[in-house]
Design a protein around this ligand. Structure first.
Ligand code: A3P
Length: 304
């Protein structure tokens, strides 16, 4: 079935999930042909949950001894250029670019857990998943979708986006199913799946970066900690820093979309939903979150 859906992206149901039509052939190709390497690291997320930030952080952590912080690739490249979005790479027929990357690679997809290529699951690669209060995901996504639309398209009203989000009929499916699958996997295999919350990284970036480095197998040495390397990583990847860079103010990742790199850096806060939805809408979303996550031990969002 085809869903007119969340402007401007049409979605198609594939193996039980709504997948954006433009990347679907790429995803089918990727499922069959992608060969993970044992030392690959995957940055996974539901769209608008903090992917760009996590890409920057993992990349900065991994390459911290390779580049000085004042001449770092992240100063001249968007984080999405440093950590490829596999769905789009495959959709563009450029999978060979991933093969050409030296190990260890950091790669990203928005696929729900059940749809991941078998080699990612069976090789037991490390996965870092970031999630976020669904209310902020919705707001962030609504802005992003309207930025992405072609001039000829009508903007999507927030109420329409809200309805579709609640029903789970938006690109990459229901946020709750997405998060839950990865949460459960992180409980089963904590050494392989690190589950992070956007709000926790915002609240305590130091602890989050230390945790990330530990999980990635490249913990900070006592000397590095003393020399302030952790703080350098945080500063390099901070919202204000990345947003202020020329490449992120004016650069363009996708020549085929009316989308500039600044679309990935909007507000970078927790709780912007308060400026966009009524208390009833917020309560409704929180109620759905509670119901969907009931019994899982995971909580998300709240305070509506
Ligand atoms: P907002 O639209 O609420 O500002 P994704 O990267 O998954 O597409 O998520 C985008 C969201 O993460 C946007 O949220 C964006 O502003 C925020 N973001 C991007 N880089 C960030 C950073 N370095 N620190 C904090 N938030 C960041």
């Amino acid at each position: 079935p085809l869903e007119e859906g969340w402007a401007p992206v049409r979605t198609r149901k594939f193996q039980g999930f709504w997948i954006p039509e433009p990347v679907l052939p790429g995803i089918m190709d990727m499922q069959q042909n992608f060969k993970a390497r044992p030392d690959d690291l995957f940055v996974l997320s539901y769209p608008k949950s903090g992917t760009t930030w996590l890409k920057a952080l993992t990349y900065a952590i991994m390459t911290r001894t390779q580049y000085p912080f004042d001449h770092h690739p992240l100063l001249g490249q968007n984080p999405h250029d440093c950590v490829p979005f596999m769905d789009r790479t495959y959709a563009k027929g450029q999978a060979s670019e991933l093969d050409a990357m030296p190990s260890p690679r950091i790669l990203n997809t928005h696929l729900p857990y059940p749809l991941l290529p078998d080699s990612i699951k069976s090789l037991c690669c490390k996965v870092i998943y970031v999630c976020r209060d669904p209310k902020d995901v919705l707001v962030s996504r609504w802005y992003f979708s309207n930025r992405m639309r072609l001039q000829s398209m009508e903007p999507i009203p927030f109420t329409k986006a809200f309805e579709m989000f609640c029903e789970g009929s938006c690109p990459y499916g229901s946020v709750w199913e997405h998060v839950l699958e990865y949460w459960e996997e992180s409980q089963r295999r904590p050494e392989k799946v690190l589950f992070l919350k956007y709000e926790e990284i915002l609240e305590d970036p130091l602890r989050s970066v230390l945790r990330l480095a530990e999980f990635m197998g490249c913990p900070f040495s006592p000397e590095e900690e003393k020399e302030g390397v952790v703080e350098e990583v945080i500063k390099l990847c901070s919202f204000d820093k990345l947003k202020s860079l020329e490449v992120n103010k004016t650069g363009k990742l996708h020549p085929d979309f009316p989308l500039t790199n600044d679309s990935y850096f909007r507000k970078g806060e927790a709780g912007d939903w308060r400026n966009h939805m009524s208390p009833e809408m917020a309560r409704k979303l929180d109620r759905i979150t509670e119901q969907k996550l009931e019994g899982s031990g995971l909580t998300l969002g709240g305070v509506a």
